[in-house]
Write a protein that binds this ligand. Structure first.
Ligand code: HEC
Ligand code: HEC
Length: 507
């Protein structure tokens, strides 16, 4: 009897006990949230914090209980705790969402997880899990099968483009009506989770909730894939990752190589493949003029060739859209007004004596710069190229006559390639940088994505790097070659005479 009464008390008290415990957890979670998350995700968890206005993609609205990167099944009622935990710990590359594992303790992270789930009253476990089956390891066959499925019926290429660069002509919006861009699958550093096949398998299976990327495990979809097929597609997507033309943080110098004869003036000339390339990181220009926080391009690849008269610089960058002002198709996928795609190289007017460089944003009066500029053109106007003299953002002077400067571009499969050429010496040292073999010249880049409404001071930039026209292999190495051959010959003569002498004294 007594025992039964005790049990009854425990049964009544038990839920209250866990509730009390979670209240405490909630309070601790709230403290972390207010300090670390509120500024973006908002006091009420609705994604409308004070910093949210500038962020693209915008911070998650926790009141909806919808999460993008999850492994519970596509039709489950909520994500796994582990999915949300992973995003909090690691952060989401390519967005403002930072990783917290170095800043918050494990306890603080679990507490804040409890707190953000509370905004949508998520409780318990999801009612379904993604079935990963048995992973198929990557192989040439699996990748080939995956490629077919990727393109079949425009399954993935519909949004991600045939080359996976996210260049399909389609306007995508999330549930909130905000513009989303399909990922450029050749740039794994922009993936919110990772390009590990297992993570990609989860994305394909679940889709990306709140965005237009659908589930391909959903049997109701005409484009659904079996588990085996999803592994092939995942292996294919992993194989798309660029391994060349990626940022190497130790590389600060574009090495220009000397060639005999004419320089290639077409961006698609095969000779460019022989030139060493350097890839640099681009960030939004948010310092001067009208600032633009959400530029589209994150890297630019440059190479240089020169001959006795001229230098040619080849520039290459991924751009999802060939932006053509006036073009109806281009207008239909843009959010706002479209401007031309464009690129500019920034060079100091004179080679600095030491390591100093002009102000990174178009120089200043003490250190003027030359901007070698190219714009893609519109339906009305052809591409244009010219030199702009600048002493800061306000002090830009396009030249009437840019001498022999030329630039031309070509757009294919989500990539722009542009070549700019100019004389090494223009005979006008007061206006133009005069190149000298072997000297290090500061160089930086500005890129505009016109479909992303980037124009004027709204563009992406790199910091200063260096361009060096490496002394040519034409005559110096020959002299060194002859000298060293002579030296070896003398050494041999000396050695054999000594040897003979040694022989004689031994005898
Ligand atoms: C500087 C702004 C910023 C701060 C601070 C911030 N977040 Fe975020 N967070 C974001 C943005 C932006 C996204 C949306 C990214 C996307 O949609 O791809 C996001 C998304 C998330 C997601 C969604 C993951 C998913 O799979 O959908 C979670 C969970 C999250 N944040 C938790 C937190 C927590 C917890 C904190 C505090 C410890 C925090 N965030 C602090 C900007 C921020
Ligand atoms: C209807 C358009 C659409 C289709 C079809 C589509 N995707 Fe996506 N995909 C998107 C969008 C939009 C995003 C970016 C979502 C975001 O983070 O806001 C995305 C993101 C991704 C990511 C990035 C994951 C990460 O960690 O950041 C991968 C991988 C991916 N898609 C693979 C695929 C594959 C493989 C297919 C075909 C099986 C496919 N997608 C079909 C629109 C689509």
């Amino acid at each position: 009897m007594l025992k039964r009464a005790f049990l009854a008390t425990v049964l009544v008290l038990a839920p209250m006990l866990t509730l009390a415990q979670s209240d405490e957890e909630l309070e601790r979670g709230e403290a972390v949230y207010v300090k670390r998350c509120l500024q973006c995700h908002g006091e009420d968890g609705d994604g409308l914090g004070p910093a949210a206005e500038r962020l693209n993609p915008p911070p998650r609205d926790f009141t909806l209980g919808l999460y993008k990167f999850v492994t519970s099944s596509f039709d489950a009622d909520m994500p796994n705790d582990a999915d949300i935990l992973r995003m909090i710990q690691d952060g989401m590359p390519g967005t403002a969402m930072p990783g917290w594992s170095d800043i918050l303790s494990e306890q603080e992270i679990t507490d804040v997880l409890t707190y953000i789930k509370y905004f949508a009253e998520l409780e318990g476990e999801p009612d379904g899990q993604t079935d990963f089956g048995t992973q198929i390891t990557s192989s040439a066959d699996s990748i080939a099968a995956g490629k077919l499925l990727f393109e079949d019926g425009d399954r993935c290429s519909e949004c991600h483009g045939v080359q996976g660069k996210g260049d399909a002509i389609k306007k995508l919006k999330d549930d909130n009506g905000d513009r989303t861009w399909p990922r450029n699958l050749t740039k794994p550093w922009t993936f919110r989770v990772s390009n590990d096949p297992r993570d990609i398998f989860a994305r394909i299976s679940v889709g990306i909730p709140t965005t237009q990327m659908p589930s391909f495990a959903d049997p109701a979809s005409k484009k659904s894939l079996t588990i085996e097929e999803r592994w092939h597609v995942a292996n294919y997507v992993t194989s798309l990752a660029k391994t060349e033309k990626v940022v190497n943080p130790e590389n600060f110098v574009i090495q220009g190589a000397r060639v005999q004869g004419d320089l290639p003036n077409s961006p698609d000339d095969e000779l460019w493949e022989t030139a060493a390339h350097s890839t640099f990181m681009m960030v939004p220009q948010i310092v001067g003029g009208e600032r633009f926080f959400t530029t589209a391009n994150d890297t630019v690849t440059a190479r240089a060739l020169y001959n006795s008269d001229q230098v040619a610089i080849h520039l290459e960058w991924d751009d999802r859209t060939n932006s053509i002002p006036g073009d109806e198709k281009a207008a239909s996928i843009a959010d706002d007004e479209i401007f031309e795609d464009a690129i500019a190289i920034q060079l100091p007017r004179t080679i600095p004596a030491g390591m100093e460089k002009p102000y990174f944003l178009m120089g200043d009066t003490a250190n003027p710069v030359n901007l070698w500029s190219w714009s893609s053109g519109s339906t009305e106007t052809p591409e244009t190229a010219g030199i702009i003299d600048a002493t800061g953002i306000e002090g830009q002077q396009p030249r009437n006559d840019s001498g022999d400067f030329q630039a031309t571009g070509s757009y294919r499969d989500g990539t722009w390639r542009v070549v700019m050429t100019r004389a090494l010496k223009t005979g006008n040292p007061d206006e133009d940088l005069q190149f000298e073999e072997g000297r290090f010249v500061p160089i930086s880049f500005f890129v505009w994505d016109g479909s992303n409404s980037e124009t004027a001071t709204g563009h992406s930039i790199t910091t200063w790097y260096w361009l060096q026209l490496k002394p040519g292999a034409t005559f110096k190495p020959l002299i060194y070659g002859i000298l060293s051959a002579l030296f070896v010959l003398l050494l041999l003569v000396w050695w054999s005479r000594n040897a003979r002498r040694r022989d004689r004294s031994a005898a």
